[in-house]
Design a protein around this ligand. Structure first.
Ligand code: BGC
Length: 702
């Protein structure tokens, strides 16, 4: 690996000295003016042909960056693409928990640090663009690639995605994907998603806009169609909204290979770069320009967008950090462990009959025989095997993490759980039992149609054998903790009542086993909150079919839909327990009458009423019961993580511009603030019972 950075290649700048926006503009135009039409078109796609690039990708998928638009005559470096999001897909990079787990941390500051580490590893390995900012909204938890995104709520997604962009872009360009409405896997190349303008603007796009505001350099179009038009050809998404309404200055690249089908449609739609090979654009754009079917100004606009971002990042960087040792450094491994601790959601932790305290945390001094059960306890399980696959030098399994954590006198009885009766026998003699069950890359992930692996989940419940195992083992020994692995919600209704403690571990990355043991034995206090509701049954969710070729996405899904239908999730969005307890009190609004341009400030006291330090995530929702149109009964508009010592009280204030409470008025093509009475809800989960509330009035429309 060589020390790299486009700064050195351009030969114009030192790292750490970015060009001003004016210099970027001047230089971009200067380079454009010197280019032939062929050179311009060359900027606009991957450098390799389908044959050459295809062979390279087939032999070593993701082993090295994919180059696009290098121009040696003018000394213009190419874009060098690498992927994520749970780390860098090249070489033996650090493997963090999957994004859905990081979403559960509700911790943008931590996510920014993860982004910083990823940015360093991307750049050290010769790439200058990281395409792992995946922020598709989780409309339904069966989506095969759910693990690559942060959750179901647009506000939360936007904050987490923006944090990753901030961290990564200290070092390299970030690409936000897949724009837009890509949340069905098996039929992603075919499905046509129908959506109305209001739903599009309010639910499926705000998080993309948020990342654009954060300065993301690039956007990747999705494979699917939206309202009948492929996203890579879609002028409404790309030209009207992204580049028009939001004023995006960066470039749009296609998703790989089947991202566009027709050069004229793609350039007209606003697609600037075809990836990963030179295919349609190289074969057709010149002819289209020559015969007047495509104005050269469209080509110039695309090339300028690409050049601007290359130049903008030319001087970006932190000299000295891009050394070979930075990849999977001890600091990054420690960060992966910290992120894994913060991602694990304690869903249930009951007292057993006759016991003084809940089952967790286990006391290492008292557990002398611990049964660890389940095949997943003893296997590296870090997520899908598609384009997001990371290959870290090691993965700590749950069993290894537990081995490392227990005292020398503790006996670990491992049983793979294949035979529930033998597992029950192991459990019977133990002080406590940890059962690890869930999903793997075979059950969910990017769809590998040839291997029939991955893809959308067929069921939200566990495999029947896992459910039998849980019930048999719990009956043999009620002191049982169930640890779940997977990329999104699990329906637990067949066994939840019988089990005292449940911990959602997601795919927790290379240090997952250590993090799990940290939590099981109370060295760390869980603080994560669900980034998607765990329903009681599929019937609480919108319809979903892995075979769908046509589907309508409407305004309500997840907690919004359950609220509207008066239903409760098994575990609500925003919910997660701690080993300590918190009380919330004294909700106050700075003002209870506000104009549409004001900022609403809500605050409350949070007290740690338990006997351990702990962190809590305070969430702020709004409801518009008196609205003239249908609105979600509540929607998230703010959150904040705080840390409290035992007995400590802190006041938490969250500020929200009233403008953010607007709805999208499709007839006027405008965001509209409605005058009237609204309610603010503040608490530590989205469940009504966990929220304090206060009324306020918006005095006029806007
Ligand atoms: C995925 C993208 C990914 C690309 C390159 C595609 O199959 O949909 O998310 O960035 O491959 O690896």
């Amino acid at each position: 690996m060589k020390e790299s950075g486009i700064a050195n290649e351009w030969g114009v700048l030192a790292e750490g000295q970015p060009l001003t926006p004016q210099q970027v503009e001047e230089k971009a135009r200067h380079y454009l003016a010197q280019m032939t039409l062929d050179e311009k078109i060359h900027q606009m796609s991957g450098d390799k042909s389908l044959l050459m690039g295809g062979i390279q990708q087939y032999l070593a998928y993701n082993a090295s960056p994919i180059h696009a638009g290098e121009n040696t005559r003018l000394g213009i470096p190419g874009v060098r693409f690498s992927d994520g999001p749970r780390g860098v897909v090249m070489y033996h990079s650090t493997c963090f928990p999957v994004s859905m787990g990081r979403g559960a941390s509700w911790d943008p500051e931590l996510e920014e640090r993860v982004g910083d580490a990823i940015g360093v590893e991307v750049r050290t390995q010769g790439a200058n663009l990281f395409a792992g900012v995946c922020i598709n909204l989780l409309r339904h938890p069966a989506w095969g690639r759910a693990q690559e995104t942060y959750g179901e709520d647009p506000f939360h997604l936007g904050e987490m995605g923006a944090a990753l962009v901030r961290g990564v872009q200290r070092h390299v360009m970030a690409c936000v994907k897949h724009y837009a409405l890509n949340s069905l896997e098996n039929m992603r190349h075919k499905v046509d998603v129908q959506v109305d303008e209001r739903t599009l603007h309010e639910i499926y796009l705000p998080h993309f806009k948020r990342c654009i505001e954060e300065g993301a350099a690039a956007v990747m179009s999705a494979y699917n169609k939206v309202n009948g038009v492929y996203c890579g050809h879609n002028p409404h998404l790309l030209r009207d909204i992204l580049k028009g309404e939001w004023g995006f200055q960066g470039f749009v690249m296609s998703d790989f290979l089947w991202g566009i089908y027709d050069a004229a449609a793609a350039i007209e739609g606003g697609l600037d770069m075809e990836m990963p090979f030179s295919l349609h654009y190289r074969a057709h754009l010149k002819k289209l320009v020559k015969k007047g079917a495509v104005p050269e100004s469209w080509i110039d606009d695309a090339v300028l967008r690409i050049l601007r971002q290359k130049l903008r990042f030319a001087g970006v960087g932190e000299p000295g950090r891009y050394t070979k040792e930075a990849v999977c450094s001890p600091e990054h491994i420690a960060l992966a462990r910290q992120a894994a601790v913060r991602c694990m959601v304690l869903l249930k932790n009951d007292r057993l009959p006759g016991a003084g305290a809940p089952l967790l945390p286990l006391n290492p001094a008292q557990v002398r025989k611990l049964a660890v059960i389940g095949a997943l306890a003893n296997q590296p399980n870090i997520g899908d095997h598609g384009s997001s696959r990371v290959r870290p030098p090691h993965v700590v399994t749950p069993l290894e993490g537990i081995f490392d954590a227990v005292e020398p006198e503790t006996e670990i009885l491992y049983n793979n759980g294949k035979d529930p009766l033998s597992a029950a026998a192991a459990a019977r003699g133990a002080n406590a039992v940890v059962v690890v069950v869930g999903f793997t890359s075979r059950d969910e992930g990017e769809f590998e149609s040839l291997k029939r692996e991955g893809g959308d989940r067929r069921s939200l419940t566990l495999h029947p054998a896992d459910e039998t195992l849980i019930l048999t083992v719990t009956e043999a020994n009620p002191r049982t903790v169930v640890v779940l692995m997977g990329g999104s919600a699990v329906v637990t209704d067949n066994w939840r009542q019988q089990v005292p403690s449940i911990l959602m571990a997601w795919y927790p990355g290379m240090e997952g086993g250590h993090a799990l043991a940290d939590i099981l034995f109370g060295r760390e206090n869980p603080s994560a909150k669900l980034p998607c509701a765990f329903p009681r049954a599929d019937t609480q969710l919108p319809t979903f079919s892995p075979e769908a070729t046509n589907i309508c996405y409407d305004l309500l899904h997840g907690y919004r839909l359950m609220d509207r239908n008066g239903e409760e999730a098994a575990f609500p969005f925003g919910f997660g327990l701690s080993y300590t307890s918190f009380t919330l009190s004294n909700l106050q609004l700075e003002k209870d009458r506000l104009g549409p341009e004001d900022v609403l400030r809500a605050s409350l006291d949070v007290t740690n009423t338990g006997d351990r330090p702990g962190s809590e995530v305070i969430q702020l929702y709004f409801g518009y019961a008196q609205s003239k149109i249908e609105r979600s009964p509540k929607e998230l508009k703010g959150f904040q993580r705080i840390h409290l010592l035992p007995g400590e009280t802190k006041r938490v204030e969250i500020a929200v511009p009233v403008e953010h409470l607007s709805y999208y008025n499709a007839e006027r093509h405008a965001w509209t603030v409605e005058a009237g009475t609204c309610r603010v809800y503040m608490g530590n989960s989205s469940a009504w019972k966990d929220l304090l509330s206060a009324e306020f009035t918006i005095e006029s429309n806007m």
